[in-house]
Design a protein around this ligand. Structure first.
Ligand SMILES: [Zn+2]
Length: 530
């Protein structure tokens, strides 16, 4: 009753990293940081009615930012058939069979298979799927999201046959006789889009469950990429009706641009959902060899990837987006794609609230440095790919792979690197990315590029997922705990400033967003009230 209650929280006796410095106390009032400094000063300033939390030496970081993921696809994976980690074609078939048994009607959609993990050491084909499910359409996405496998029923209902030409921006996989082999690359996946949309609907409740899951890792802000109008509608419903757990920023796909909505004015960080940018693809991914390279693949000398769209076809939507204050975000994985993305982003700095960004920028050999240094887009990277793309040396050849995920080199050249997961195409867990940026090699010693010279320190790696994330979204107050920042914080079990990243997601005790506690780890004992 009465007027709005202003809640004030004081955290004491902690090791608090503001994004710039370490301090011991923090006051959050009405959802904002009003003080970060010494305990003595915090006690003097503490207003009456403040709720005090003793940290007992624990580490506190700004709430984490994932600058690039796909909330709709992630939700569909979480609520649908997950094929990640399948170690063989037989296991893929078994998971599909069980899912088909549980899903009595309609098409079947799965995601996450990775032929690099299969004991059979080959890509699956239409025959592998037909042998499991033949009486209804099946679409199974490759772990990269840049290729899909269809069964005969799906090919038939999409109208794909021996006489179907490849689309300009994609490829239909074929066997020796020219018959489709079930694999669809890049733009060729559009033809099965209707089956997928019908078979795995997106619900606001499903999105809320995904956001709750994100909060459990300490994430308080995420940017969802390539948003469709369907996803935007579901996101609005998911964020409108309840107190937000995780702030969502959206980069629309080009086809949704004509109906782009205007972001509401007012205090932007308190807005749970804002459309801030436009996402476009300029190439594919390393896994299916569709990333566009300046020289052929080392393990497939007749291939050098796929250019998606043309420079002219991409320029127009970026201009339209700029008129609506949508910042450009261009997907570029190969070095040749990066050069084209840089030409497209040249001169766009300062035109939109959200800065120009390149998504992935996975391969940055010295030849691209002059243009990269001049255009200076935000580079939205996925350190977790270091572990997932451990086979990259074969694709690129060792000498070229030396310039993949070259984070130290890019930081030293003054580039702003923002961390992200690209979930569901890689695990959502931001701690995995932080750890990969620090260690380079995974726990079994594998890496896409093990070069120690490219390693970041723990605070720098956390910086990728905090302050740099906020800056990548054009909201520099997000991702810090300095005065004026939103009260987004993650409390870790760790107390050691040198080793706080090693516990990973298991070390997250509490997540706070906008001054509200949105996640508490079960049975681990969070902060205590004195
Ligand atoms: Zn992505």
């Amino acid at each position: 009753m009465g007027g709005p209650v202003v809640e004030t929280h004081l955290w004491l006796e902690g090791r608090i990293f503001t994004g710039n410095r370490w301090c011991e106390a923090l006051i959050v009032e009405d959802g904002r940081v009003v003080f970060a400094g010494s305990a003595a000063e915090a006690r003097r300033r503490r207003p009456a009615g403040t709720e005090t939390h003793r940290l007992r030496g624990r580490i506190v970081l700004p709430g984490l930012v994932d600058a690039h993921l796909h909330l709709a696809d992630l939700t569909r994976v979480r609520e649908g058939l997950d094929l990640a980690g399948a170690a063989s074609l037989a296991e893929l078939g078994e998971r599909l069979r069980r899912w088909a048994d549980r899903t009595p009607r309609g098409g079947l959609v799965g995601r996450g298979w990775d032929p690099e993990r299969f004991s059979e050491r080959r890509w699956p084909t239409v025959r592998d799927v037909d042998a499991v499910v033949a009486d209804r359409p099946v679409i199974l996405y490759h772990t990269s999201g840049h290729a899909a496998l269809a069964n005969s029923a799906a090919l038939e209902s999409a109208g794909i046959g021996a006489g179907t030409p490849d689309p300009k921006d994609g490829r239909i996989g074929r066997d020796a006789d020219g018959e489709p082999n079930g694999l669809l690359f890049e733009g060729a996946m559009r033809s099965v889009g209707a089956i997928v949309a019908e078979s795995s609907p997106l619900t606001p409740d499903g999105l809320v469950r995904t956001l709750r899951h994100a909060a459990s890792f300490g994430l308080t802000t995420v940017a969802t990429m390539n948003t469709s109008l369907e996803e935007l509608g579901a996101l609005r419903a998911a964020t409108a009706s309840r107190a937000p757990m995780v702030r969502v920023r959206s980069y629309l796909r080009i086809s949704a641009l004509e109906r782009a909505y205007a972001s509401p004015k007012g205090d932007p960080t308190r807005d749970p959902l804002r459309v801030i940018g436009l996402k476009a693809y300029t190439d594919g991914a390393f896994g299916p060899r569709t990333a566009w390279l300046s020289r052929p693949y080392a393990d497939a000398p007749s291939e050098s990837g796929l250019a998606l769209g043309t420079e002219e076809s991409l320029r127009e939507p970026l201009d339209l987006g700029a008129d609506r204050d949508l910042g450009p975000a261009l997907h570029a994985i190969g070095d040749r794609a990066l050069e084209r993305a840089l030409r497209l982003l040249d001169g766009r700095s300062g035109r939109t609230s959200a800065p120009p960004r390149v998504e992935h920028a996975a391969l940055t050999p010295p030849g691209v440095w002059p243009t990269l240094d001049r255009v200076r887009p935000v580079l939205v990277v996925q350190p977790g790919f270091l572990w997932s793309d451990w086979w990259l040396g074969d694709r690129l050849g060792g000498e070229r792979a030396r310039w993949a995920y070259a984070f130290r080199t890019l930081e030293d050249r003054g580039h702003l690197l923002a961390g992200s997961s690209d979930a569901p195409y890689d695990p959502l867990d931001p701690w995995r990315g932080i750890r990969a940026a620090v260690d380079r090699v995974d726990p079994s010693g594998r890496s896409a590029n093990p070069a120690r010279e490219e390693a970041l320190g723990p605070e720098e790696a956390v910086g990728l997922y905090t302050r740099n994330g906020g800056r990548a979204l054009g909201e520099p107050e997000i991702g810090t705990l300095e005065e004026g920042a939103p009260g987004d914080l993650v409390i870790l079990r760790a107390t050691d400033r040198r080793s706080f990243v090693t516990e990973g997601a298991a070390g997250v005790l509490e997540t706070w967003m906008g001054g509200r506690r949105v996640h508490v780890a079960r049975s681990r004992g969070g902060t205590v009230k004195p």
